[in-house]
Write a protein that binds this ligand. Structure first.
Ligand code: PLP
Length: 439
């Protein structure tokens, strides 16, 4: 009875990192709660889209598999040929189509390689690995930007695709036109460079790259965009790629039939028809972003230059699965070792035995909430920072302070603070001495 069933999935499934979806918002009486981790649009779609959705009455019909009307509308809007636009179930659907078309395993069984910066969009390693290709993750620079020099140096004869995420999710900085042009000069023509611009509408930096502009000059460049963020249509799943004909012809072969519903198509068209209203809301989010960054700076935080609808808070070792400083495998004191992993999975999360109170909830990012919630976040950011400063000033906290704080902050955690990785960092007790704590 306990024998494993002989139906087995492809071995690659065992190598896929779990997608760490954002934690759902906790209900707070008297307030609208927002989920911060998915960078959604707190204002939702514009009224014209809601009206189009209400009018929709073709639920029993299959959609147009080519999303012809939307591609034509996008063609007029973007100034690119409609046949070079391929729609997908979100830009994630469009990205999956590109990866599965151009990267996998070669005729000799060797995996192709796909290069991207890390940390970046959580889904990249999953999409790449499930195609059979190998993901080559190039760590971000100290200021949370793509390390384009290192990414160019990582190109091998097996490289098929390179992903550039601008603004980068989750850190926020953009790539500039100059940086991308210099980078492309080092990329061989047979390598497809995909510029993921999910947050393009929120960018205000004058020298930021415009993917379509670069696309118009380079035959090995593709662009991804979405209606999920600025247009507030995340649930309807509609995004698209823009590629050159020698790329598009292969994308069509692997297209998932009927990936975009007619409802999503009509909503996207209505949103494009009311772009001024959409951009008015985007402007509000950008203004909130500026306020948020200023509030956090005032509270003592140094956050990366963000051009998206979110802000990255670097909590260092307290970030579950921090990719820059992976936690030590064993606690030096042995017996009470915090169970953390020295070889985090590609997603940066511990692959075994992480403290159960860490969860994926502590993702240190914030954004996409309303003004009053943003103000609350700045205030609690400032409390956190005050806590850190106090510890710095008075030296390390004693174990009992830590225990008290632990219970206060993580009431549901049954572990002793020494076993709770997220709260304390590793215990540095040497056998026989008093415990000390990193904060
Ligand atoms: C950088 C980036 N690309 C793509 C996506 C996928 O968005 P969607 O599939 O909703 O278009 C996201 C979503 O968070 C993202 O952050």
């Amino acid at each position: 009875m306990n024998e494993p069933h002989p139906i087995r999935p492809r071995p690659v499934l065992g190598r896929l990192p779990a997608y760490a979806a954002g934690k759902p918002p906790a209900p707070v009486e008297g307030l609208v709660s927002y989920k911060l981790a998915s960078n959604e649009n707190p204002y939702g779609p514009v009224p014209a889209v809601r009206r189009a959705v209400e009018r929709f009455d073709a639920i029993a019909r299959y959609p147009d598999p080519l999303s012809t009307a939307l591609r034509e509308r996008l063609s007029a809007h973007l100034g690119v040929a409609a046949q070079d636009i391929v729609t997908g179930a979100g830009s994630l659907g469009a990205l999956t189509q590109i990866i599965t078309t151009f990267a996998g395993t070669g005729e000799d069984g060797t995996p192709d390689e796909v290069i991207f910066a890390w940390r970046s969009f959580e889904a990249y390693p999953i999409v790449v690995r499930s195609s059979g290709a190998r993901d080559v993750q190039v760590p971000l620079t100290a200021d949370f930007r793509h390390d384009l020099e290192a990414m160019a140096a990582a190109i091998t004869e097996r490289t098929r695709v390179i992903l550039l995420c601008t603004p980068n999710n989750p850190t926020g900085p953009v790539l500039t036109t100059r940086e991308v042009e210099d980078f492309l000069a080092k990329v061989p023509q047979h390598v497809l460079v995909v510029i993921d611009e999910a947050y393009q509408e929120f960018v205000r930096q004058p020298d930021a790259v415009d993917g379509l502009d670069v696309f118009s000059r380079h035959s090995n460049v593709a662009v991804l965009r979405t209606f999920s963020k600025a247009h507030g249509l995340a649930n309807l799943r509609v995004g698209y790629s823009v590629t050159h004909p020698h790329v598009t012809q292969y994308l069509r072969v692997l297209a998932t039939p009927f990936a975009v519903s007619s409802l999503a198509e009509q909503a996207a068209i209505a949103s494009l028809d009311h772009l001024e209203d959409v951009m008015e809301r985007v402007d509000i989010v950008v203004a909130e972003r500026q306020k948020m960054v200023a509030g956090l700076a005032e509270a003592g935080w140094s956050v990366p230059e963000t051009q998206a609808n979110f802000v990255w808070l670097d909590l260092g070792d307290r970030t579950p699965g921090s990719w820059r400083r992976p936690p030590a495998r064993r606690c030096p004191c042995g017996a009470s070792a915090p169970r953390a992993c020295a070889s985090p999975s590609a997603s940066g999360r511990p692959t075994h035995g992480s403290c159960s109170c860490a969860g994926s909830s502590g993702r240190p990012r914030t954004g996409s909430s309303g003004p009053s919630q943003n103000a609350r976040i700045c205030r609690s950011g400032s409390r956190l920072d005050r806590d850190r400063r106090r510890v710095r000033r008075h030296g390390r906290s004693s174990p009992c302070t830590i225990r008290r704080r632990h219970r206060l902050r993580r009431p549901s955690c049954r572990k002793e603070p020494s076993a709770c990785w997220t709260l304390t960092g590793p215990c540095t007790r040497t056998p026989g001495s008093r415990p000390t704590w990193r904060t």
